[in-house]
Design a protein around this ligand. Structure first.
Ligand SMILES: *Cc1c(COP(=O)(O)O)cnc(C)c1O
Length: 395
């Protein structure tokens, strides 16, 4: 038995998405830039997919640029806004301490180029307020970029309010919505979003394809130079099968968004209630404003990596933070940003669920995880010191 509970890392493709892709590998293989009929047929389908995606995001098809995924969309959004700002002598960028590395590393690069990067603190619940953004905006601010929902701890940010504050001050607002798209209702216009990134493989679509939405009038800078594809803003022959899979997956997710959120959040809450019973544990992230599928706990006295290996032996695929930080010994910057001490941040477990998970799977996890935590604690000399009173408990 394998229980897949790492949907924030990536998801299984849906049958709908696979079926939407196959004809574009077998039959409609033309290049949409070609003038012959085989190409032009694909160009029409491409336009249709663009319109479908735009409809899911509350924007228009011309505002959609296809990218190789969430990371590229984040890079392009931020670099474009920075270049537009620089032209006007504005080099201040506001973001948060717990962004994805696709955002943080792009900002670090801009810092080396003389931009002033301000990362807002996210507090114990792992969120920011529009008020914080308002207070941080200056005359020379060219961009506010905050994630829509955090990939590790699942907290959802007040995007529409942040967008409103940015618009009042005439500052561009970008959101990394990779964890939100297909899971939470998004409307770029209504939520005052100027730029938005999403990635298909986080909502049962294929890997290696994403979208950058940029409001009409925003001039994008190229990350990939090349042909005239994507209105000249992203060179390279379009990844047609992937675009078709993404459009189908997003439409399917948006058509079922309420029922999926309802079903998945019941499983999430079962897990949270069950895991809370483990002594010296703590839920990470906002208990209320939380992605439907996100469960993230710290267990004192254990190493997250050891727990993952033990759970893998029991057929449970989980994560200790984000897939991007595993492999490094540093604790997650997200857990540190919400104030978890290093020792506690090392003992984290993220379970991210989707509508393919079942109640039986949750019950199984609730039997196995407490046993695994206890087993690891019993092997730990540090835990012994705590139990016998030579060291203080933190949680
Ligand atoms: C997964 C993820 C990304 C990166 O998307 P890719 O398509 O894998 O490049 C960016 N931001 C967040 C919040 C993510 O969860």
């Amino acid at each position: 038995m394998t229980i897949y509970a790492d949907n924030a890392g990536t998801t299984k493709m849906s049958r709908t998405a696979i079926d939407a892709m196959l004809p574009f590998m077998e039959e409609y293989y033309g290049n949409p830039s070609s003038l012959h009929s085989v190409g032009q047929l694909v160009a029409e389908k491409l336009q249709k997919a663009r319109e479908e995606i735009a409809a899911c995001l509350g924007c228009s098809a011309q505002e959609i640029t296809f990218t190789s995924g969430g990371s590229e969309a984040d890079n392009q959004a931020i670099i474009s806004a920075a270049k537009l700002g620089e032209k006007k002598g504005k080099k201040h960028i506001i973001s948060t301490a717990f962004e994805h590395h696709a955002v943080l590393h792009t900002l670090e690069k801009l810092k080396k180029q003389g931009f002033d990067i301000e990362l807002l603190p996210v507090g114990p619940k792992g969120t920011i307020t529009a008020e914080q953004v308002k207070d941080a905006i200056r005359e020379d601010t060219c961009l506010v970029t905050t994630m829509y929902a955090n990939n590790e701890i699942g907290s959802i940010l007040p995007i529409a309010e942040i967008g409103r504050v940015c618009h009042e001050k005439g500052v561009l607002f970008h959101t990394d919505a990779v964890q939100a798209a297909g899971h939470l209702k998004i409307n770029c216009k209504e939520q005052n979003i100027d730029m938005l990134s999403l990635s298909a493989h986080k909502f049962h679509g294929p890997k290696g394809i994403g979208v950058l939405y940029a409001k009409k009038g925003i001039v994008l800078s190229n990350i990939i130079e090349g042909g005239a594809q994507e209105r000249g803003k992203r060179g390279g022959t379009e990844n047609i099968p992937a675009i078709m899979g993404m459009a189908a997956a997003l439409k399917e997710a948006c058509d079922h968004i309420d029922e999926n959120a309802c079903f998945v959040s019941v499983l999430r809450d079962m897990l949270i209630e069950g895991l809370k019973k483990i002594p010296h544990s703590a839920l990470n992230g906002d208990p209320v404003n939380r992605l439907p599928g996100n469960v993230n706990f710290c267990f004192e006295g254990i190493e997250g990596e050891s727990l993952l290996l033990l759970l893998d032996e029991k057929g449970i695929c989980a994560s200790s933070g984000s897939a991007c930080t595993s492999g490094s010994l540093d604790p997650s910057h997200v857990l540190l940003s919400i104030g978890r001490p290093h020792e506690i941040a090392h003992g984290s477990l993220r379970l991210s669920l989707c509508e393919y998970n079942t109640e039986e799977e949750v019950e199984y996890m609730l039997r196995e995880i407490p046993k695994a935590v206890e087993y690891l604690r019993n092997m730990s000399p540090l835990w012994k010191d705590k139990v016998e009173g030579r060291k203080e408990f933190i949680l």
